[in-house]
Design a protein around this ligand. Sequence first.
Ligand code: 5GP
Length: 114
Amino acid sequence: MENSLFEKIISREISADIVWESEDVLVFRDIAPQAPTHLLAIPKRHFERIAEFPDQETELLGKVLIGAKKAAANVGLAQTGYRLVINNGLDAGETVPHLHVHILGGRKMQWPPG
Ligand code: 5GP
């Protein structure tokens, strides 16, 4: 089966601006930023979305969130704050079927989100 877009970023087949990496997690800049700083944190193993994420993989899910937190701090968002978003499925506007956490910062966010 052909690798998905984010798997190609993980394998460096497609280049991305990587800001944080561990054995299990990659964090890189979104190609179409929706805020002054917009990062994506992904597990290196392929899971399509949170709805299909295995219940027993709690450690990996935790590592993705810790990676998001560390990357946000590395790019200077720790003081001003940031928003973490996971789009799951059609109504949420998910476009890439590889679980990813958006890290958005550098401006005031609206609530409720659109
Ligand atoms: P979703 O809409 O699935 O929640 O988020 C997918 C995100 O991936 C979008 O914000 C989109 O801009 C980003 N994206 C799509 N293609 C690429 C790419 O080739 N490189 C990078 N860095 N981000 C991408």
